[in-house]
Design a protein around this ligand. Structure first.
Ligand SMILES: Nc1nc2c(c(=O)[nH]1)N[C@H]1C(S)=C(S)[C@@H](COP(=O)(O)O)O[C@H]1N2
Ligand SMILES: [Mo]
Length: 387
């Protein structure tokens, strides 16, 4: 946990930055002195967001059995009576409240959000962000108080030797100052190696039914925890769909035009014109904050070619709008590097065929390392901006 929880935390904070707080599209928007150093999210390596969100969600889920076991091992402390013996004791218990409350809140909101899509009475993003800082505070205090105890405990005996002790030979711990050891324990019902095995087995099991949503291929069939179903039929466009055209209330007919604004000239392009322009193909991931990702072969017009066509070859940003009007994800702002990357596409095709309507026909944004949420589907317009 000492290694993995900071990894989950840091990748979570990185995902916040990947959302583009400089454009007000990371939530919460204004976090006062809790705000993170903003930087332009890079487009390389193309799998960067796939990695950060995959680690954040995947590791977060895999840690659940470990967190539960850790809580179980200290449960007597949670109900200690009298609740406080000294000022130091009150402070320690307060920090534990932040630590335990924080991690349980983060895991619960994270898992619920993945599986049920914003079921809270509050904004998931805001709750999860502030909850993270509560947890970070509790974690830093706890680790700094307990680090020496932990090192001492780990050094006091060999894990290897411990793993060889069967249940019949399992003896209770000697009484300790912390009061964690039961004063009058009953005979062991499980060996320490059994308890460790149970937790490790639980974590591995959860990993096995989670990893497929990122790794893909055949392992996807075993990914029972993935939020978006396992199959969308066969063929080149059968990969997962976050929001269908029906759910988004989107209809597209042949009056569709792409409009480019903000440059020296406003341009309207129909699909035939877009198809006649120079096309570029790239294998790029689509990675959702929910934890799943998939790599597909996308083809279309380079965003930088569209910027040049509109008469703003080096925009500071680009605001993309979808045909979809009322969704939370019907628009996105791209940074300059996300427009100018040679693999940044207004994709018209995937895996050799035109996009299906559910995947954003006639055109969607696909940019290396861009969070899936900003890979806008059913693009209607792009407004290039100086800053
Ligand atoms: N217009 C529009 N574009 C959208 C969305 C949406 O709801 N509406 N969802 C986004 C999210 S959150 C993700 S992860 C990807 C999913 O793409 P897919 O449905 O093709 O798998 O599309 C993005 N583009
Ligand atoms: Mo997403």
């Amino acid at each position: 946990m000492l290694v993995c929880l900071p990894l989950v935390t840091v990748t979570g904070l990185l995902d916040f930055i990947a959302y583009g707080p400089q454009f007000g599209q990371a939530f919460p928007g204004d976090v006062g002195w809790l705000h993170l150093p903003f930087f332009d999210w890079p487009t390389r390596p193309a799998w960067l967001f796939r990695l950060t969100q995959g680690l954040h969600v995947g590791l977060g889920i895999v840690l659940v059995p470990v967190i539960l076991a850790k809580l179980w091992s200290v449960v007597p402390k949670l109900f200690a009576w009298p609740p406080a013996r000294s000022l130091a004791n009150i402070l320690e218990r307060l920090s534990l409240l932040l630590l335990v409350g924080g991690i349980l809140f983060e895991v619960a909101t994270g898992v619920l959000n993945i599986q049920y899509d914003y079921v809270f009475g509050f904004s998931f993003y805001e709750g999860h962000y502030y909850g993270a800082w509560v947890f970070i505070g509790g974690f830093v205090v706890h680790v700094s108080f307990k680090f020496r105890t932990m090192v001492k405990a780990l050094r006091s005996r060999s894990l290897w030797a411990e793993l060889k002790i069967a249940k019949a030979d399992t003896k209770p711990e000697p009484l300790d100052e912390e009061g964690l050891v039961a004063v009058n324990p009953r005979p062991a019902t499980i060996s320490r190696r059994g308890a460790l095995g149970l937790v490790a087995g639980g974590a591995l099991f959860v990993a096995a039914i989670t990893a497929g949503q990122t790794v893909g291929g055949i392992s996807r069939w075993g990914a029972f925890l993935l939020p978006r179903g396992r199959s969308y039929g066969n063929g080149p466009t059968s990969f997962q769909i976050n929001r269908t055209a029906v759910a988004a209330g989107v209809k597209v007919d042949n009056t569709w035009r792409l409009s480019l604004t903000g440059g020296e000239r406003d341009v309207q392009l129909d699909l035939a014109t877009l198809r006649s322009m120079s096309q570029h193909t790239a294998d790029l991931p689509l990675a959702c904050v929910e934890g799943w990702s998939t790599v597909q072969s996308w083809s279309g017009v380079r965003l930088r070619d569209l910027a040049r066509l509109a008469g703003m070859p080096a925009p500071g940003s680009a605001h993309v709008r979808s045909v979809e009007k009322n969704g939370l994800f019907g628009q996105a702002t791209l940074q300059s590097n996300q427009v100018l990357d040679p693999d940044a596409l207004l994709a018209l095709r995937v895996n050799g065929v035109p996009l299906s309507l559910d995947h954003g026909f006639p055109a969607r944004i696909i940019v290396p390392a861009l969070p899936g949420v900003h890979c806008t589907k059913w693009v209607a317009s792009i407004d290039f901006r100086r800053s």
